[in-house]
Design a protein around this ligand. Structure first.
Ligand SMILES: Cc1cc2nc3c(=O)[nH]c(=O)nc-3n(C[C@H](O)[C@H](O)[C@H](O)COP(=O)(O)OP(=O)(O)OC[C@H]3O[C@@H](n4cnc5c(N)ncnc54)[C@H](O)[C@@H]3O)c2cc1C
Length: 321
């Protein structure tokens, strides 16, 4: 019998840890083992109960003032000592900009594999974790299993639904951890200046691409987004090349799940579309009737966004008044 047992979840982003618990619970039930989470931070003990209510049987709590902010060496040291000691067979880590390197460094220390950005997870007939990740610019899924244990995978935000909380038993185990000294020091933390709603949580997104000629023309999108109580998004070139926005939608940007996604002047190549697969309704506005966005759109308008956006705003305004 294998010395590895149990499914573990860790993310320094608490909401993502809760999201992962639903799928992790399913995997633990299929493997007939316990589901545990690791909670690392300073004064975070009161959050343990929320983890058990979302499906964890055990919470390993590492609370120390030195762990208040994420630091790769310190967090890795804690996670590594726990995983090496308790030997879970599956370790799921939140796929954040901190979580991804953390998971791969953990895998390196343990000399095992790590599969990043898994959007589907299951267990095969031999009890092995099966990970699906998007590949070839969003046009295929790669199915990956592991040769060794623990099987380490990272999970992006909103890949799985957060389970509904339920009152259920659970054990909180306080662990004494040796904090590894860091090569870096956090000298300050400044929140990002962004809109109050994260684009991943927006119900309506009005998104623009290179069809937008000038930065100031963004007002057209802002106004439509405002009447629809939505958010403005964009394709990558508007953020990365033109620097008009700080974030974008797509394969290398945010994966969004709005009820309505309006793509204005976006050609709709695979890298962009990979980020809007879970949108319920896609509306495309593009002056090129051959634009690939029309292949994925539920509704398409062939025309100039400079004419259509103001007209659409006025029409919707009348409707919602
Ligand atoms: C590894 C990699 C990852 C990438 N990741 C992403 C990603 O996450 N997200 C992303 O978006 N891109 C990503 N890209 C870039 C991607 O390949 C495309 O270059 C990009 O999505 C194109 O952006 P666009 O549609 O805004 O511009 P374009 O392809 O230039 O399209 C502009 C569209 O606007 C239309 N248009 C022009 N004027 C008007 C008008 N007045 N009214 C209406 N329509 C008009 C045109 O007909 C055209 O279809 C990635 C690329 C690589 C290589």
């Amino acid at each position: 019998m294998s010395e590895f047992k149990g499914v573990w979840v860790f993310s320094e982003k608490f909401d993502l840890a809760l999201e992962m618990l639903g799928k992790a619970r399913e995997i633990a039930d299929k493997l007939h083992c316990e589901l545990s989470t690791v909670l690392i931070g300073s004064n975070v003990g009161e959050r343990a109960n929320e983890l058990t209510r979302h499906g964890a049987d055990k919470v390993y709590l590492a609370s120390d003032p030195a762990l208040e902010h994420f630091q790769a060496e310190a967090y890795l040291g804690v996670l590594h000592s726990l995983v090496a000691n308790y030997k879970p067979e599956v370790v799921l880590v939140g796929s954040t900009k901190n979580g991804k390197p953390l998971a791969s460094r953990l895998a390196t220390r343990l000399c095992v594999g790590c599969v990043p950005d898994c959007v589907r997870l299951d267990v095969d007939g031999e009890g092995k974790l099966v990970c699906d990740r998007i590949t070839y610019g969003g046009s295929a899924f790669a199915k990956i299993t592991f040769r060794g244990k623990p099987q380490i995978a990272t999970v992006p935000q909103r890949a799985f639904e957060k389970p509904s909380p339920k009152e259920r038993g659970g054990q909180v185990i306080k662990v004494d951890v040796k904090i590894e000294s860091a090569c870096t020091e956090v000298v300050g933390v400044k929140p990002l200046e962004s809109s109050s709603v994260r684009i991943e949580d927006a119900k309506v997104i009005v998104s623009c691409g290179r069809g937008l000629q000038n930065k100031e023309d963004r007002v057209l999108l802002d106004e439509l987004a405002q009447v629809l109580c939505g958010q403005v998004g964009c394709s990558r070139p508007l953020a990365e090349d033109r620097k008009w926005f700080s974030e974008w939608v797509g394969l290398s940007g945010h994966k969004v799940k709005p009820k309505l996604y309006i793509a204005c002047g976006i050609s709709g190549v695979i890298q962009h579309v990979a980020g809007i697969r879970d949108a319920k309704v896609v509306v495309a506005i593009n002056k090129d009737e051959q634009a690939p966005i029309f292949e994925v759109a539920d509704y398409g308008v062939v025309g100039d966004l400079y004419q259509i956006l103001p007209a659409l705003k006025e029409a919707i305004k009348k409707y919602v008044q």
